[in-house]
Write a protein of this length. Structure first.
Length: 637
């Protein structure tokens, strides 16, 4: 068998789980032995959650790219590593074998070196979903540079904050990006971002759209010119830097309950083992299958299940540049048919959006190649689950509902396709190595079944975050201080009578809009940047397609004649500060916000009003000015 650690029966799952809890070091040592290491570890695991300090495979030396590419070049050079489907179905697609991808990665790694990149440098990547994005990520890892990919929908301000936080010295971007019928001027957004980023010395620009860009002297170079300028004889030879298992592999920024996104840090050894192990087991990947993860590489799902998980398993990974609804809502299904996709992994928000077009876009498409369907990013409602099962899987494909987070590196709770039982809207069981606990507000463990609580994990797994970049204390405070000796996920969860887990959503001030995490404080800060705004409070509310919508209560100093105009202005401000994904769906102007006598905004009340639950708002008598609640209720949108 290709993967000796692939679990293929329920009994094997139970056995693996038991082993992973009783003797985690032995368990992971066995799994890790199937990877390419330059030097073996001294110790499998060293940890304490109070600092936190988590070290897996300490002392081991490796390069993750040798595991993702070189070893497959030796055994299956002509196997397809990457299939790329462009935004416009009329444009030609691209297919790269392991040998070709390896060559491209080495060439670009040499370009990075030529531009001064060294081991340990931080490199910001702001690119469209094109093969060069994957190549750039892998090239960074090959030379030991730490990549920080920023999703192409973020604004100049957001990029600048991230570059500044990580002190990046190189930026890799493209002239523009295609998204449906739009062209996004990535390079010009980067130019704006870099006005305030003195750490950046070089910008490498790939030409995707051909739109005019300004190239800054002594700073900006073209990707293709740099490649062409390499010595032809040595261009595709690039030594893979030897890394310690605990050296940083990448930083990925994610939102929390404060205004400032944090740089989640993943390291080389543990992350590699975890993404590979979860990929192979959750999706039950079989050699030769085509795996289509519809996420963007700008998010953790793309990092783990387009790039590192599949490639480290020698799999064929399909990346798609466009959006599910352009030129029409049949785009995903057309791709499945065209490449005979075996596994599709997408988000509930995409399923709900496609559902709203009815069956027509699916009809006539040959989806018989599909074997496994996956979902990730937010709780999936039963209606969407059944639609996916009936219309896409034809009731023949197991659906894996995979719960995890940017911080967890890979999937923690999910059924294993066809091996353990699926249950609509349940992530079901923890993977081997994952020890979930539910706790009450005081941090007391809630035992038994048919219980709900806050979801924590009590033992480290190889893929977990190690720190938040540049601010370890923040990592401790955010994840390891709420409950002693536990990693706190920020999610609420219930365990049913047979022990299956169902994630109910965030219990902190983090929204999940179309599967994207956005902090309410971040949106409030952005709204408050508008000159007309005195104060604001942002909450989530149920949204048919997005899962959660953004509801903003705003106090303005003097309302513009035209309320609609002011609302548009505020939305534009949010788009400029964060990105279009954070634009409020609803803005309600209010004269005051419900506050306690100590000045704390009572979000609970605002949340209920936004949700339309007007009758049971709880005790409002302790508010500074209870009358504002009536006003807000009466003018609810
Ligand atoms: O609330 C959970 C939700 O998404 C959050 C993590 O977001 P992010 O770090 O952006 O990573 C998304 C992709 C892994 C979690 O705290 N979430 C993710 N997957 C699920 C989910 N909620 C319910 N069911 C899931 N399968």
């Amino acid at each position: 068998m290709m993967y000796p650690y692939q679990i293929t029966s329920f009994e094997a799952y139970q056995e693996a789980y038991k082993k992973s809890v009783e003797n985690p070091e032995l368990f992971w040592e066995e799994v890790a032995s199937h990877f390419v290491w330059k030097q073996k570890w001294d110790k499998v695991l060293d940890w304490n959650f109070s600092e936190p300090s988590i070290e897996w495979f300490k002392g081991a030396k490796l390069n993750i790219i040798e595991n993702c590419l070189d070893r497959w070049v030796e055994t299956q050079p002509n196997a397809t590593a990457l299939i790329w489907e462009p935004n416009d179905p009329k444009e030609p697609h691209r297919i790269l074998s392991y040998k070709e991808l390896h060559e491209e990665v080495c060439k670009f790694a040499n370009v990075l070196k030529k531009n001064g990149a060294k081991k340990g440098d931080r490199i910001c990547i702001y690119m469209p979903m094109i093969p060069e994005l994957t190549i750039a990520v892998l090239a960074c890892a090959r030379i030991g540079a730490i990549h920080s990919v920023v999703f192409g929908g973020f604004s100049a301000q957001s990029i600048s904050d991230r570059i500044h936080d990580a002190q990046c010295n190189i930026v890799i971007t493209a002239d523009g990006a295609y998204r449906g019928n739009k062209t996004i001027p990535l390079k010009s957004i980067i130019d704006d971002a870099l006005i305030n980023c003195p750490s950046v010395d070089n910008v490498i620009v790939h030409s995707r759209t051909g739109i005019p860009v300004s190239m800054i002297k002594d700073r900006d170079v073209w990707w293709h010119e740099e490649i062409n300028s390499l010595d032809k004889n040595t261009a595709s030879i690039c030594h893979a830097e030897i890394m310690d298992a605990e050296d940083m592999l990448f930083i990925l920024y994610t939102s929390g309950s404060t205004g400032k996104p944090k740089g989640v840090v993943h390291t080389c050894g543990g992350y590699m083992v975890w993404t590979n192990y979860t990929f192979v087991n959750v999706f039950q990947y079989q050699q030769g299958q085509v795996h289509f993860c519809t996420a963007d590489i700008g998010w953790i799902t793309g990092h783990s299940y387009i790039v590192y998980g599949p490639l480290s398993a020698g799999a064929t990974s399909l990346m798609f540049e466009g959006i599910p609804t352009w030129p029409d809502a049949g785009r995903f299904w057309e791709i499945v048919e065209k490449y005979k996709v075996d596994i599709i992994y997408t988000a509930p928000t995409a399923i709900r959006s496609l559902m709203s077009f009815g069956k027509a876009p699916v009809e006539g498409k040959d989806l018989t190649s599909l074997k496994v369907l996956g979902t990730v990013g937010e709780p999936i409602n039963e209606e969407a689950w059944h639609w996916y099962d009936d219309n896409i899987g034809d009731n023949k494909c197991p659906i894996v509902d995979t719960w995890w987070q940017t911080e967890t590196g890979g999937i923690l709770i999910s059924n294993l396709a066809g091996v353990t039982t699926a249950k609509p809207s349940f992530a079901t069981l923890p993977l081997p190595g994952v020890q979930p606990v539910l706790v009450d507000e005081q941090g007391k463990e809630i035992n038994g079944n048919e219980v709900s609580g806050n979801l924590c994990i009590k033992f480290p797994w190889p893929g977990m975050l190690r720190t938040t970049y540049g601010d370890h204390e923040r990592c401790r405070l955010t994840y390891f201080s709420t409950y002693k000796n536990l990693y706190f996920t920020g999610d609420g969860c219930m365990r049913d009578k047979v022990g299956d887990y169902r994630i109910t959503g965030r219990v902190d001030d983090v929204l999940n809009v179309s599967g994207h995490r956005i902090g309410t404080a971040e949106v409030e800060n952005a709204i408050n940047m508008h000159t007309g705004v005195i104060e604001s409070a942002v909450v989530g509310y149920p949204h048919d397609i997005k899962g959660q919508g953004i509801y903003a209560y705003v106090i303005c100093n003097a309302l513009h004649e035209d309320e609609t105009h002011t609302k548009q202005d505020i939305s534009q401000t949010v788009a400029r500060i964060i990105g279009a994904i954070a634009k409020p769906d609803k803005i309600q102007f209010v004269s005051g916000l419900p506050k306690t006598r100590s000045g704390k905004i009572m979000r609970r009340i605002l949340r209920k009003i936004a949700e339309g639950e007007l009758s049971n708002l709880g005790d409002t008598t302790t508010l500074l000015d209870p009358s504002v609640v009536e006003e807000i209720k009466n003018n609810r949108l």
